[in-house]
Design a protein around this ligand. Structure first.
Ligand code: SAM
Length: 288
């Protein structure tokens, strides 16, 4: 990360490219036990949160990511009642999940400071934190899901940081095996799966690890996300003992609740993969 006068720049590691946002004010800067947390006011993107110099959330475009991390999985599951979010410290994913008639959402975020800072600077994202169905826990999500009761969850959403440091294990076969065990039959996992353009190797490795962990159907859904590396991001869904091509009728109703990006057509079209990624995944799955 560099601050050049009024510009906040995140260099995209190893890609010879970067994103810059014009800053008007720095609002917060602290070193938590896990990472550096900074908050800025920007000229055109509202507030910005960075963790260890990487863009996490802006007011302007976070809705795309948080809706795509939540609604495809929740409208695919036949009747989602108990949901686990791993990571998700800014609470935007939690806010979206609670739009559904779930009975309980447990959020296991490693760094409590991320949530407390988000509560101070992103009131819209944290508006549901006191919902009676929300259970905010602050711990390592890998250990938490390993100890979770077998067959106790309907949906697991892995809203972690990039696969480095404490988040690296969130992309491993061992972790996915723990998730598979914690899910009931018919359960759905959704994991943020980075950039199709920059991180196709990681996406292929995720598919391999998810299938080795027992998930029968695995699909990556790309979507535009302008402030993340390459401007193109993705979520990867995995189904336990069911398929991902059934979208519950509620998604087809005239929008059961307010969204700004997600709708049925977006969900259905997101399964269409760019040819380069489709060939990589077909080749891999054909080989397995
Ligand atoms: N949208 C962001 C992205 O795609 O990179 C993710 C946002 S969210 C802030 C990521 C959160 O994952 C961070 O708050 C971080 O503390 C948390 N995290 C990283 N590793 C974790 C782990 N092992 N268990 C629980 N939370 C973790």
């Amino acid at each position: 990360m560099t601050m050049d006068g009024q510009w906040y720049t995140e260099e995209w590691a190893g890609q010879g490219s970067a994103i810059s946002l014009k800053i008007t004010r720095k609002l917060h800067d602290e070193q938590s036990p896990y990472q550096r947390i900074e908050i800025y006011d920007t000229e055109n993107f509202g507030r910005l949160m960075t963790l260890d110099g990487l863009v996490m959330v802006t007011d302007r475009d976070n809705f795309i990511y948080h809706e795509m991390m939540s609604h495809p999985a929740l409208f695919t599951h036949a009747d989602p009642k108990s949901v686990l979010i791993i990571g998700g410290g800014d609470c935007g994913t939690l806010h979206e999940v609670l739009k559904h008639p779930v009975t309980e959402v447990i959020q296991v975020e490693l760094d409590e400071r991320v949530t407390r800072v988000a509560e101070q600077f992103f009131p819209a994202l944290t508006a549901s934190n006191h919902d009676a169905r929300a259970r905010l826990r602050f711990a390592d999500g890998i250990a938490w899901v390993t100890e979770a009761a077998a067959g106790s969850l309907d949906v697991i959403i892995v809203d972690g940081t990039d696969p480095i440091g404490p988040a690296a294990g969130l992309f491993s076969e061992a972790f996915y095996k723990s998730c598979w065990r914690a899910l009931r039959p018919g359960g759905i996992l959704a994991g943020q799966s980075e950039s199709p353009l920059f991180h196709a190797d990681l996406i292929c490795a995720m598919h391999g690890a998810l299938r080795a962990a027992g998930f029968a159907d695995v699909r990556t859904l790309p979507f535009a996300q302008c402030t993340y590396p390459s401007g193109w991001w993705s979520t990867t869904l995995a189904a336990k003992g069911t398929t991902l091509d059934r979208i519950r009728e509620q998604a087809t109703n005239a929008r059961p609740f307010n969204t700004r990006y997600y709708n049925l057509a977006i969900h259905q079209s997101a399964f269409a993969l760019p040819q380069f990624l489709r060939e990589r995944l077909d080749g891999q799955e054909g080989a397995s």
